[in-house]
Design a protein around this ligand. Structure first.
Ligand SMILES: C[S@@+](CC[C@H](N)C(=O)[O-])C[C@H]1O[C@@H](n2cnc3c(N)ncnc32)[C@H](O)[C@@H]1O
Length: 346
């Protein structure tokens, strides 16, 4: 800090003006910084910069940009910004992760995929507010990244919980509706002899899933296809002799059109797959006054679900939906701190 410059400014503007500028800077910088950092990190994730860093520990910007046909000036600007923020460290053109960057990568848990997935909504927020544009007509989320992000989040609570439910009941074959990247199916099938079938409406998510299934050489036991779960005939033809159906973070996607659509879907599933178990993993809704007391990431989940016309229900409301669909609840687990609830139904 150059004191002479500060004194000069105090003489010209007065100390109060300077304090005002400092307060303004301190209170708003965090928003600008979080916004820009998020976009920079998303872009670097998407061009494979962090994969390269994880593999090689250091990335030379000249080599990286030449090999991947990447704009060198923009890459340098982003990396230097992240260097300023101590997310990256550098020596000349070689960049490594800084301490902040290391913990960011370790604990990001799908955050940047979620941001990127829903970024189009935020970029069009004023048009959506003014009703100039409509979600799913003019503005779309990025489905592949929704699937990727959900899969990453699922590692921590959903997959271990559902694995345990499946292991206890000795199921042999499962149909996962709205399977996304198939990460859930892969994880539950790879260390058991379970056969998995998955269906998802997003062709992008299914082709990403097929890549993962190939990588893990599980093509003989994990089968996925693109399709609409409301097409019950297609759903039936997707799988053979399954013991259980799973629905991981899917049903809330349809709630903007009311609960009846979900109740109807579940009724049809129950009729088409009689005596089969149904495992539902869902997000639960909390009142803003409660979230205000504990403003965790559930607040962001509530926001982007509302913007993309998805609904959320409380655990009690979910129970009501299952009952109306004719299902009996045989096990329930809820983890309110994570906004998640698990229902085993039959
Ligand atoms: C939040 S993601 C969950 C993905 C996956 N179950 C998981 O836990 O990782 C919701 C998924 O439902 C899929 N989906 C939405 N509507 C669908 C429909 N009508 N038929 C099949 N899949 C659908 C989306 O494409 C998306 O992959």
């Amino acid at each position: 800090m150059n004191l002479r410059q500060i004194f000069d400014l105090i003489q010209k503007t007065g100390i109060l003006q300077l304090i005002k500028i400092k307060k303004f800077h301190d209170s708003t910088l965090t928003y600008a910084r979080n916004f820009m950092t998020s976009y920079c990190l998303c872009a670097l994730f998407n061009v494979g910069f962090f994969d390269e860093l994880s593999k090689k520990k250091t990335v030379n910007l000249d080599i990286f940009s030449a090999n991947r046909n990447i704009n060198d000036k923009i890459l340098t600007a982003i990396c230097d910004y992240l260097f300023v923020l101590r997310i990256l460290n550098k020596r000349e053109r070689n960049y490594i992760l800084g301490a902040k960057g290391k913990s960011l990568l370790k604990f990001s848990v799908g955050t940047f995929d979620f941001i990127y997935a829903y970024a189009p909504l935020f970029e069009n927020l004023d048009s959506l507010l003014r009703n100039d544009k409509k979600y799913n007509v003019d503005v779309f989320r990025r489905n592949k990244y929704v699937a990727k992000a959900t899969a990453e989040v699922s590692q921590f609570i959903p997959i271990p919980i559902v694995k345990d439910i499946i292991r206890k009941r000795n199921f042999k074959s499962i149909l996962d509706i709205g399977c996304g990247s198939a990460e859930f199916l892969l994880q539950i099938c790879e260390d058991s002899n379970l056969t998995g079938y998955g269906i998802d409406i997003s062709k992008e998510a299914i082709s990403y899933a097929e890549g993962l299934i190939n990588e893990k050489s599980l093509n003989h036991r994990v089968h996925v296809k693109a399709g609409d779960i409301f097409d019950i005939e297609q759903l039936k033809s997707t799988s053979e002799n399954i013991d259980v159906i799973s629905s991981m973070f899917v049903l809330h996607e349809f709630l903007s059109r009311g609960q009846d659509i979900v109740i109807d879907l579940l009724k049809k599933i129950k009729r088409s797959f009689p005596n089969k178990y149904l495992i539902v993993c869902e997000l639960s809704r909390f009142a803003p006054s409660l979230l205000r007391k504990h403003p965790s990431s559930i607040a962001e989940h509530h926001l982007f679900h509302a913007l993309s016309e998805q609904g959320l229900l409380t655990v009690e409301e979910w129970r009501g939906v299952f009952k109306k669909a004719g299902y009996s609840l045989i096990e329930e687990k809820r983890y309110d701190f994570a906004g998640q609830a698990y229902f085993v139904l039959t």
